[in-house]
Design a protein around this ligand. Structure first.
Ligand SMILES: *Cc1c(COP(=O)(O)O)cnc(C)c1O
Length: 419
């Protein structure tokens, strides 16, 4: 059970709204830092441990800077994400480049930054060599196929487009060694939003056993294992968060058994978690514009799915708090909607909530990862601002809201007269 508490009061949020009109996402810096420190503390037993924050979850340079200060690197998967890391001053081995179906110019940029490159396919090895040269270090993404079950968001590993088969993996390390590559890593990620604590030591077990086999068969040393992201967060109040200490301890048990137990060389543990780093610490703050009573009861917010795609995309649950009515009984069943001409533009369907009035402030929880970042401009809807709630309770706008001019920026209105 988690309490779904908000880091601000009704009075505070009303004060913030005076300068920053809704809708906006607001991130709780103190809570993000505290969580980051807990994660790091859970892996003090592993000398080379590093979390590479998955930039795609919340690609904002201010957030990236905060995580840099907390000792995290950046996990990038595109050219602009690499450039974001560069602008924040994250470089070299503090960048993990984990991409798929990768354009040549992205490999070139990753090499220029001296990032760790994690290849999604065996054929990317000659492709990388041809377009960007041969790096000193290479990592491969393993897809365990039917060895491991997936979950709803990422699907079954055999159906997933990611990674190399087991057979390809051995061949890839052999080829990389022959090309003169000196340092090696191993990566996998086969789950998304996984809340079962047993899942991760099980994945570590598969990877550590693979490290042993690769070391013996290919005669190379694997320097790091990257357990990927996919650590879930409790979107629903009845769900339980993954506890970092227990998470770290469970992976240590596998490490002690397989790596130390077999006298294998020291191995660095890497994570590239996104959701568990920012997800619970972001909130989409909205105002009720309209109420509508037809065959169902509708609450129309001033936000739409361009601000938060997850409910429409995966039927994802996001908890909703009506500010000032936290202790009122949930007596009315509502669909909570945006204003897109798309019937799946709903933040909640058949949700029991306190009776809502126009002007109420409605907060959607757990929007800190894959929230603002997934936004789009369909229906010419503009994306909102992002705010940072600082530890001293002040508020910093870390991204302004889009304007119509932003939306029109790629158009040339002079062409109207040319057709
Ligand atoms: C999306 C992604 C992540 C981050 O996933 P979370 O679920 O946010 O932890 C990490 N690595 C790769 C390769 C990804 O595609």
């Amino acid at each position: 059970m988690n309490t779904k508490k908000l880091p601000f009061s009704l009075e505070e949020i009303k004060e913030i709204i005076k300068t920053h009109p809704t809708p906006f996402h607001i991130y709780d810096e103190a809570a993000m830092r505290e969580n980051a420190r807990k994660l790091k503390a859970a892996f003090t037993w592993n000398k080379g441990f590093k979390e590479y924050f998955a930039v795609k979850a919340a690609p904002n340079p201010v957030l990236m800077k905060i995580f840099k200060e907390e000792g995290f690197g950046a996990d990038c998967s595109s050219l602009p994400e690499l450039v974001l890391a560069e602008k924040v001053g994250i470089k070299g081995e503090d960048i993990m480049f984990s991409s798929n179906n990768t354009p040549a110019k992205e490999f070139v940029k990753a090499r220029e930054l001296n990032a760790f490159i994690n290849l999604d396919d065996i054929r990317h090895l000659p492709f990388l060599a041809k377009h960007a040269g041969i790096p000193e270090t290479i990592s491969f993404r393993y897809n365990p196929g039917s060895l491991k079950e997936g979950n709803l968001i990422i699907g079954h590993p055999e159906e997933a487009k990611y990674g190399l088969t087991r057979e390809q993996l051995f061949e890839a390390y052999k080829q990389a060694k022959e090309m003169g590559i000196k340092r090696f890593g191993l990566h996998t990620m086969v789950a998304s939003n996984e809340l079962d604590p047993a899942y991760f030591p099980e994945t570590a077990n598969i990877l550590f056993a693979l490290v042993k086999e690769i070391t013996e068969k290919i005669g190379i040393t694997i320097e790091f294992v990257n357990l990927g992201g996919g650590i879930g967060i409790p979107y629903r109040p009845e769900q339980k968060a993954i506890e970092w200490k227990a998470f770290g301890d469970a992976i240590k048990a596998e490490y002690d058994k397989i790596i130390i137990g077999n006298g294998l060389p020291e191995l660095k543990i890497f994570l590239e978690s996104g959701r568990a780093i920012t997800g619970p610490y972001g909130y989409l703050v909205t105002t009720v514009q309209h109420l509508k009573y037809t065959y169902k009861n509708y609450v129309g917010l001033d936000a739409s799915m361009q601000n938060l795609m997850r409910p429409a995309l995966y039927g994802a649950y996001h908890h909703i708090t009506v500010m000032g009515k936290e202790n009122q009984p949930h007596t009315v069943k509502y669909d909570v909607t945006g204003s897109l001409c798309e019937n799946n533009d709903k933040f909640a369907i058949d949700r029991m909530l306190p009776e809502i009035e126009e002007g109420d402030i409605v907060v959607i929880h757990d929007t800190g990862a894959h929230g603002h970042a997934m936004g789009f401009n369909y229906n010419a809807k503009l994306r909102s601002a992002e705010l940072l709630l600082r530890p001293d309770r002040s508020v910093m706008q870390i991204r302004r809201a889009e304007t119509m001019d932003d939306y029109f920026a790629t158009l040339d209105f002079k062409l109207i007269d040319k057709v």
